[in-house]
Design a protein around this ligand. Structure first.
Ligand code: GDP
Length: 419
């Protein structure tokens, strides 16, 4: 119908038929041209014990001698004791489309007597690539972000025909939410078709049992039947049983193919009846390379980033809570401050009272002194007045003055006075 609601989430979007040419049908071509101009960038990691054919498979996948043929270590050589991380990059081109391919190798994985921590340096490497991306995103200038994140991890399973080993499960459990895991049965030409089928079933059961998420080709609604069929076919081959070879050999019927030649015949790498190499290449390169990049960015990196930022925040909050919870600290400080104030007040009161007492005592003393002096003076004055009145009376009554008065008096009088 010309106008109908699109779906519940976008109920305001109405489908309309155009009346004439507009031009946006060319958008995919614009994106295409731009992508081709910019080129593509992809990083794949390979993990697995040495000798499982990792280098050979990478060379086979990208049809390039990316890895030179390895010389086996002489028995006397010092073997490294830890898992190393080595990466090589190459610019490859196909029909004018450029791809900067980086392969991260992990030599040493699973090669030691004790492989308990083999996954650790690999997780650290993947996380440090996330870290570097996050750091670039947080820069002021985000124009030239280099994406070194690992977009896919090919995990090579030894073709034992039994089931996954503890190291396989441990590795996948540690890595599955940080990288797109693509499990591979290495050197599948060493197993019969039946053995491969049984081995695959057991591996998938182990993976399900341990809740390990491996990369699944996404299926979208409204997709054409061909794409859906392709996705199902690819999904049906996981874990891919592959054969690698960078050598061209001649088949009994005279064709020249990439493969491995045995006394009983030739195993062809690119023959879907012989192994899952073609399906793996479709998954990794032809059909889902962009999906792998997208899933790395939108899901794996995003989850890691959220967790990282949250853990940083929560760690800070909890430490604040434990050590310097502001409310509790303020309350504590207030109580201490009040106690200090009360103590100071009590001390001041005591000192004040003491001082008042001292002052009062002093005042009382000086009052007494004053009083005593006053009394002395009063007494002295009283006595003087008495003497003067006595003198006055005597003068008035005509009696002679008291002998104190110095004059031309006789010795007798003097003698009298001194008595
Ligand atoms: P890496 O140590 O995992 O990188 O293994 P290499 O790629 O160096 O291969 C180790 C040996 O296994 C070499 O002799 C290869 O020729 C051989 N090889 C590689 N891929 C296969 C394969 O699919 N099947 C068999 N049978 N041998 C293989």
């Amino acid at each position: 119908s010309p106008s109908q609601t699109h779906n519940a989430g976008l109920s305001s979007v109405i489908r309309k038929k155009l009346m004439g040419y507009v031009g946006f049908a060319n958008l995919p071509n614009q994106v295409h041209r731009k992508s081709v101009r910019k080129g593509f960038q992809f990083t794949a990691m390979v993990v697995g014990e040495s000798g499982l054919g990792k280098s050979t498979l990478i060379n086979t996948l990208f049809n390039t001698p990316l890895y030179p043929a390895k010389e086996p270590l002489p028995p006397s050589a010092e073997r490294p004791k830890t898992v190393a991380i080595e990466s090589i990059s190459a610019d490859i081109e196909e029909n004018g489309v450029r791809l900067r391919l980086t392969v991260v190798d992990t030599p040493g994985f699973g090669d030691f007597v004790n492989n308990d921590d083999s996954w650790k340096p690999i997780v650290e490497n993947i996380e440090s690539r996330f870290d570097s991306y996050l750091e670039q995103e947080n820069r002021v200038n985000r124009q030239k972000i280099v994406d070194n994140r690992v977009h896919a991890c090919l995990y090579f399973i030894q073709p034992t025909g039994h089931s996954l080993k503890p190291i396989d499960i441990e590795f996948m459990r540690r890595l599955h939410n940080k990288v797109n895991l693509i499990p591979i049965i290495a050197k599948a030409d060493t197993l019969t078709d039946e053995e491969v089928a049984e081995f695959k079933a057991r591996i998938l059961a182990d993976i399900a049992h341990h809740n390990i998420h491996i990369f699944q080709a996404p299926t979208y609604e409204n997709e054409d039947e061909e794409s859906i069929a392709e996705a199902e076919e690819i999904a049906g081959k996981i874990p891919f049983a592959v054969v690698g070879s960078d050598k061209v050999v001649e088949t009994p019927d005279g064709r020249h193919v990439r493969g491995r030649s045995y006394p009983w015949g030739v195993v062809e790498v690119d023959n879907e009846d012989h192994c899952d190499f073609v399906k793996l290449r479709q998954m990794l390169i032809r059909t889902y390379m962009e999906e792998l990049r997208e899933h790395t960015n939108a899901v794996l990196y995003e989850n890691w980033r959220t967790e990282k930022l949250l853990s940083m925040g929560v760690a800070q909050d909890s430490s604040v809570f434990k050590e310097v919870n502001p409310a509790a600290k303020m309350q504590e400080e207030r109580i201490m401050h009040e106690a200090k104030l009360a103590k100071m007040e009590a001390e001041m009161k005591m000192v004040f009272q003491q001082k008042v007492q001292e002052k009062e005592a002093k005042l009382k003393q000086s009052e007494e002194e004053l009083y005593a002096r006053h009394k002395d003076m009063k007494d002295a004055l009283e006595k003087q007045r008495g003497d003067l009145e006595d003198k006055k009376r005597r003068i008035e009554s005509g009696r002679p003055l008291t002998p104190e008065k110095p004059s031309s008096q006789t010795g007798r009088k003097k003698g009298f006075l001194r008595q």
